[in-house]
Design a protein around this ligand. Structure first.
Ligand SMILES: *[C@@H]1O[C@H](CO)[C@@H](O)[C@H](O)[C@H]1NC(C)=O
Ligand SMILES: *[C@@H]1O[C@H](CO)[C@@H](O)[C@H](O)[C@H]1NC(C)=O
Length: 669
């Protein structure tokens, strides 16, 4: 962060900075103007962040990414973080139950990746893990590559970074030779398949796999150098010998040829088994490309997952019907069957007929612990624990996530996403407290200062007032027909401000019995409202907009307050506006204005944290008034971290990713 384009005018005590070529004038508060030195270097933040917890799982569009390690930890990924999750014993009947023993519910994290992880494989020794990522915003610092690491020590053992394009989508260790080879398929046009001597980080061979999407590549468990791939209109049987990869395509013959072959596994007999988009299973003659057994109508809709249990049974998981079906080793159907889908918005189990929206999604991955405990990763980014009644142990949002607000008085915080879910979490217990599905996609949220209510703004212009305890709907309003970008309650008065994509800020008063009524709107911005702060006395506001303006307002007169002589010394209750005198230091020198999505000042005014388009969470000393300011930067999210907030007591920081849908909880230490 250099100060090259920022200048200070001593006479009127203003800074001038440029964002995307636009000049922005920022008046220095009198107390800071006195000894202001623009060329000084802003001090390092007095605190650090430590990633404590990651809420979420990536099951929406990734496969084969859930395993149980010998120590009982689950391994999976979300955003750029591989999570090692020590799950509580399955004694809890309901996930909303209060947690009695926090210690059992712990996470460790492997954070070597620089962008979204897309693939994961477990080594036959059950200790080493390979994870593959996609290319980042900056190709130079985030190339698509594979990292092989030790799940006990979190030490990186090898990095494979040679020639992958876009993303590494499929990974599998060889099994018959104790895992010395790794096969990978990337997301290039040719979906290149490569085989690696991973310990030497050396690529042995690569070749085109298919012009269509490939979803799985697996080494045969017994047969050496034999690999099976599947994907869109594709089952490939590969023999790797004499320095060449030779492919035979699977022949469906007279059988119903599917559009997609979604998943594959190997029966104890050595035969490969594939599941397809028609809900059919095909068993392939060992080492051959011909079908020996074709089982139709196993699922209603696609088969997304095949798992061979420790007892040798075959469990298949449906994408649409969200069912598990069980077979023995001879593919005779067993009576057992399980349903993972039908829960209402509060995740209460419903009758099977009532298949409502509020479900966990289809079966994406299956893993098994000791004592036949079964874990299911779902297409709606949740992980459930069974068997029998499947209870969620990991809950994730499954669509773009922007809305975040912290409870002013407790360890709780709320998130709301375009998946329409509003969720209240407890940072102490690291659990979901309550969840509700709205009719609209959510964009913004705020807690009322008395912690009693949560306001949630939606993309339609509708916004809700919910009871913060149980998320019961208390009222709803509509302002404009564009997204409600931001909501802020005044700290000390019964007022609130609603910032819309339509460039207006709507003001509401909260009267007797908490009845909300509209006072009017603030007009003057020529782009969408991005951030709002109130003064501590609730008399004034400042707002930022999409065209990098900073405007000041008088709430009672609902008029603009253009006089820097008065506005410069307002006492701000929050500092969520990213374009202010006290946040000059959070802008990188080449910022294009959209780079910083949000910031938040700690309640004790010691720190300010920002989140950006490059997947970074940044921590600064507050105020960050020098263009050149030292800071600490943390990865974990993939591109576009959309929101950030300190918990009420500043002990933790919460960040949310946009498309990575992850919620990260950081200890401030
Ligand atoms: C599960 O069983 C395996 C094999 O007996 C053992 O090595 C492993 O430690 C066990 N894991 C747990 C969590 O008990
Ligand atoms: C999420 O992805 C969509 C589609 O690629 C894109 O249009 C949108 O801007 C992304 N949002 C964020 C917050 O990164």
């Amino acid at each position: 962060m250099s100060g090259k384009d920022v200048t200070y005018n001593d006479e009127d005590q203003t800074l001038k900075m440029y964002l995307r070529g636009r000049p922005i004038i920022l008046a220095a508060p009198s107390a800071l103007a006195e000894n202001y030195d623009i060329s000084a270097t802003g001090p390092k933040p007095p605190k650090k962040l430590e990633l404590e917890w990651v809420y979420g799982y990536r099951g929406k569009d990734c496969r084969s990414n859930l395993y149980v390690l010998p120590n009982g930890e689950l391994v999976y990924f979300v955003a750029a973080v591989a999570v090692l999750h020590n799950v509580e014993e399955n004694t809890q009947r309901h996930y909303i139950a209060v947690l009695h023993n926090v210690e059992e519910n712990t996470q460790r994290h492997y954070i070597g990746h620089t962008d979204d992880i897309k693939s994961l494989a477990l080594h036959p020794n059950n200790v080493l893990v390979a994870t593959g990522q996609c290319a980042g915003h900056n190709k130079a610092t985030a190339s698509p590559h594979v990292r092989i690491w030790d799940s006990e020590t979190l030490e990186t053992k090898a990095i494979l970074d040679d020639g992958f394009i876009n993303a590494v989508c499929c990974l599998s260790f060889s099994k018959s030779d104790e895992g010395s080879l790794l096969v990978a398929v990337d997301d290039s046009n040719d979906h290149t398949i490569s085989v690696w001597d991973w310990e030497k980080s050396s690529k042995i061979i690569e070749t085109k796999c298919s012009t269509e999407t490939i979803v799985a590549a697996e080494f045969h468990p017994q047969q050496e150098n034999f690999i099976v791939t599947c994907g869109k209109s594709h089952v490939g049987f590969w023999q790797f010998e004499d320095g060449a990869l030779k492919k035979k395509m699977g022949i469906f013959g007279s059988h119903d040829k599917p559009k997609y072959i979604n998943c594959l596994a190997f029966l104890p007999s050595g035969e490969a088994i594939t599941g397809d988009s028609n809900g059919n299973l095909a068993v392939w003659e060992a080492g051959k490309n011909t079908i020996t057994n074709f089982i139709t109508d196993v699922h209603d809709g696609s088969i997304f997952c095949i798992y061979i249990s420790k007892s040798g049974n075959v469990i298949t998981g449906g994408g649409k019907d969200a069912c598990l079906k069980y077979f023995d080793q001879n593919m005779e159907k067993l009576d057992e069957e399980a349903q993972v889908k039908y829960f209402d918005q509060n995740m209460e189990k419903l009758d099977e007929e009532a298949q409502l929206e509020g479900n966990f999604g289809g079966v994406r991955a299956i893993a098994e612990g000791n004592d036949s405990q079964l874990y299911i990763g779902t297409t709606r980014n949740c992980i459930l624990q069974g068997p029998g009644e499947f209870n969620p142990i990991v809950i994730g949002h499954s669509d773009e996530l922007w809305a975040l607000a912290v409870d002013p008085q407790s360890d709780k915080f709320v998130t709301a996403a375009q998946d329409k879910y509003v969720r209240v979490w407890s940072a102490d217990s690291k659990k979901l407290v309550v969840s509700k599905r709205l009719e609209d996609q959510a964009q913004s949220a705020a807690y009322s200062p008395n912690s009693a209510e949560i306001a949630v703004g939606c993309v339609t212009g509708k916004w809700y007032v919910l009871n913060a305890e149980n998320l019961e709907e208390l009222a709803d309003f509509t302002d404009g027909d564009e997204p409600i970008q931001v909501i802020q309650y005044a700290p000390d008065r019964d007022l609130m401000a609603i910032g819309s994509r339509n460039n207006y800020v709507y003001l509401y008063s909260i009267g007797e019995d908490r009845v909300y009524s509209k006072l009017g709107k603030l007009t003057g911005h020529s782009s969408y409202i991005t951030h709002i702060d109130w003064t501590s006395d609730g008399q004034n506001l400042r707002t930022n907009s999409g065209d990098y303006e900073l405007l000041f307002w008088n709430a009672d007169e609902r008029s603009q307050d253009p006089h820097s002589s008065t506005t410069r010394d307002y006492d701000w209750a929050t500092n969520t506006c990213t374009i202010t005198f006290t946040t000059v230091g959070i802008w990188p020198s080449d910022a294009d204005g959209t780079d910083i999505n949000a910031c938040d000042r700690s309640h004790n005014s010691e720190l300010i944290a920002s989140v950006d388009d490059f997947g970074k969470v940044n921590l600064f000393s507050y105020p960050a008034i020098q263009p050149h300011t030292l800071y600490r930067s943390y990865g974990g999210h993939s591109s576009h971290v959309t929101n950030v907030a300190f918990l009420h007591d500043d002990s933790k920081l919460i960040t949310v990713g946009g498309n990575d849908t992850a919620i990260m909880q950081w200890n401030v230490v």
